[in-house]
Design a protein around this ligand. Structure first.
Ligand SMILES: O=C(O)CCC(=O)C(=O)O
Ligand SMILES: [Fe+2]
Length: 360
């Protein structure tokens, strides 16, 4: 990574080599962990190479998702998120909200395939409604879609868990520190996204593919095509492009890790620009704990805290009051998804929507 020595601003994002973490050489592993710590303290974002997800599988994932998005709107809407009280499925252009404005993207949302718990007993927290089945496109229309997505989800989960374990080590915690929060019941999410070119739709709302935000989970691992547009907000508030590097994943910290480390590892604000003449596709995978997980707050070792303090405070376009920092993860997950998909909230949870002041 290059850092501007006056402002300690990163000018580009670091590239970490996953094969070092996976090797049996303890020096290679500790080299990876110390680079990881620096990346998380300096920018909160990095590229990961040699992650082991075959390029050919990534290419075919992008092929099937492109095929889905070229289907007519009424076919895509057969699996509209509005039909799912569990917030799964297709969201058409302009329906998703970030920073209180409509994003310029369409997407599919997935989470673990589970039985619905509805109707919930009165004593259950409302976030238990997030458990449920996914909605899949007709296999005949997009052959290989479901298998490709499930295979990718499993692979991304493995890599993300190994990175979480390395993050624990970077904080001098046990490599197994996070294990309990994940596993069978973890509530990971996956989005398959298409950003139209500016010329296709005319730019509305905040004029961005997705507005400035911090991700809600522990860790995000993103794959993107060659178009570009993802930008990261630096400490001083300017925007740095995460230019696509073929075959790499872009990884960043989510808000639960920010809470856990009492803001030593800060969840970096990011946004996506709308390209003037090219559509763009991306696949972010969000590693999230199980909904009942309690996110602790830990004291990081003093020398790491000192390193963090060398920096200025982070500037962010995301107001502090909007952060998802409750102790129980499910409450954060519920608040995050319901404010992005207000239409779904109003349709399935009118009382809750009214209570929160959304009129529909
Ligand atoms: O598409 C991208 O590059 C980023 C998407 C993103 O930040 C998100 O969905 O949380
Ligand atoms: Fe994001």
């Amino acid at each position: 990574m290059t850092i501007d020595s006056n402002a300690r601003e990163p000018l580009s994002l670091p590239i970490l080599d996953y094969s070092l973490l996976q090797s049996n050489d303890p020096d290679a592993q500790s080299g990876f962990i110390s680079e990881l710590r620096s990346a998380l303290l300096d920018s909160g974002f990095f590229y990961l190479t040699n992650h082991g997800i075959p390029l050919q599988e990534l290419d075919s994932l992008f092929d099937v998702l492109k095929r889905f998005f070229t289907l007519p709107l009424e076919i895509k809407e057969e699996i509209a998120m509005e039909k799912s009280p569990h917030f799964r499925g297709y969201t058409r252009l302009g329906e998703e909200i970030t920073d209180f404005k409509a994003d310029n993207r369409e997407e599919l949302d997935y989470a673990p395939e589970r039985a619905s718990l509805r109707p919930l007993p009165a004593t259950s927290p409302i976030y238990q409604n997030l458990h449920g089945p996914n909605q899949w496109p007709d296999e005949a229309l997009v052959p290989g879609f479901r298998d490709g997505v499930l295979r990718f989800q499993a692979r991304a989960n493995d890599v993300a868990l190994a990175i979480m374990s390395a993050i624990a080590r970077s904080l001098e915690l046990s490599p197994r520190f996070f294990e309990e929060a994940f596993g069978e019941k973890s509530h990971n999410r996956l989005k398959l996204v298409r950003y139209p070119a500016a010329g296709e739709t005319g730019v509305q709302g905040h004029g961005l593919g997705v507005g400035p935000h911090k991700d809600g989970g522990y860790l995000t691992m993103l794959f993107q095509d060659a178009v570009g547009g993802l930008q990261i907000q630096t400490r001083m508030g300017s925007w740095l492009s995460a230019t696509p590097i073929r075959g790499t994943a872009v990884i960043n910290i989510g808000q639960q890790l920010e809470r856990l480390t009492k803001r030593v590892y800060v969840s970096t604000t990011h946004r996506v620009l709308t390209h003037s003449h090219s559509e763009r596709f991306s696949v972010p995978f969000f590693l999230c704990p199980h909904l009942d997980a309690v996110i602790p707050e830990i004291d990081v070792p003093a020398w790491i805290l000192d390193r963090a303090r060398e920096h200025h405070e982070w500037t962010s376009d995301v107001p502090t009051r909007e952060l998802l920092q409750r102790e129980v993860y499910g409450e954060n997950a519920w608040r995050g998804i319901t404010r992005s998909h207000v239409g779904v909230l109003c349709k399935h949870y009118p009382e809750e929507a009214k209570r929160r002041g959304y009129v529909h």
